[in-house]
Ligand binder design. Structure first.
Ligand code: SF4
Length: 286
């Protein structure tokens, strides 16, 4: 980990990343791709030490309140955040200035800031997104080694439900021959039902591979699932989009489950829900 002095923080769409790089170690992570031109090793996280000051300044200039998005490129709750408290400081600023927040994480450390999330949700709106890729904790530890397993993430979702914080589950990526079974999908969806999530985001049943993340992913396949990388190379070559051979079956199960359980799965509606602050105290899409 190293510290940097950032020039700006908020994107034109009001998204921000306090960290550059991530230590959760997900074997499929797209943020490792070379196109992002990270000038350091991906796990040598760059911490924007002036993030809170930059955020405060940016929010003070805004004429209208809006949702601030956290963590599209790096989890805001990497283990180092426990000591750094930088995500927490940014949430304090968002709360004090009356803005809303939408963040995505895989970590139970988000519960440390439940008091602030409740405060923001009362004044404006707070949405927590959590990624779930497998219902099997042993598999989870293989593909997402340095963050809490799915069973713990489910507990986090239940706690957020009980606290009245709306949640969204990101059901991605689906890795061919690894987590692309119907049984796995049903396990994740039953957590979503129990957690009464506001929506489940699924962008098809597959993953993306491009220069940088492809090499790392194959290296990890060789370590964890010997022989599988050859199958990928033979079937997918250099393709960017890689679909599970079970896609059709998974899609059918997914859409039927969402319809039966009245779980929102329309990505446009879910993204609007996460990015629009105008609210009528609604905490689900229904
Ligand atoms: S939590 Fe997100 S950013 Fe971090 S390694 Fe996993 S996929 Fe990449």
């Amino acid at each position: 980990m190293h510290f940097i002095w950032a020039k700006s923080l908020l994107s034109s769409k009001n998204g921000m990343n306090i960290f550059r790089g991530c230590t959760h170690g997900c074997i499929y992570c797209d943020s490792r791709s070379l196109c992002y031109q990270m000038p350091h090793d991906f796990s040598d996280v760059a911490v924007k030490e002036n993030a809170a000051e930059l955020l405060d300044d940016a929010l003070s200039r805004k004429r209208r309140k809006c949702m601030i998005g956290f963590g599209s490129m790096s989890d805001p709750y990497i283990p180092a955040e426990k000591e750094l408290g930088l995500t927490r400081r940014c949430l304090e600023i968002i709360s004090r200035r009356g803005f809303g927040v939408s963040l995505i994480t895989k970590s139970d450390l988000v519960l440390r800031d439940l008091d602030l999330l409740k405060e923001i949700n009362q004044k404006a709106k707070a949405v927590v997104s959590m990624t779930l890729t497998t219902a099997d904790d042993i598999l989870c530890k293989k593909i997402e080694p340095n963050v809490c397993p799915t069973s713990r993430r489910a507990e986090v979702l239940y706690e957020l439900r009980d606290a009245g914080i709306p949640t969204v589950v990101w059901l991605c990526p689906i890795l061919p021959y690894i987590n692309d079974s119907v049984e796995n999908l049903e396990g994740i969806l039953s957590i979503c039902r129990e957690a009464r999530v506001s929506g489940v985001l699924c962008f098809g049943f597959g993953m993306t591979l491009r220069d940088g993340n492809r090499e790392y992913y194959y290296q990890m396949l060789d370590e964890l699932f010997p022989g599988l990388s050859y199958r990928y190379v033979a079937e997918f070559g250099q393709s960017y989009g890689v679909s599970s051979p079970n896609s059709r079956e998974l899609e059918a199960v997914f859409f039927m489950f969402c319809e039966d359980e009245k779980i929102e799965c329309d990505a446009d509606k879910i993204f609007s829900f996460m990015s629009e602050m105008e609210r009528d105290k609604q905490t689900t899409l229904f």
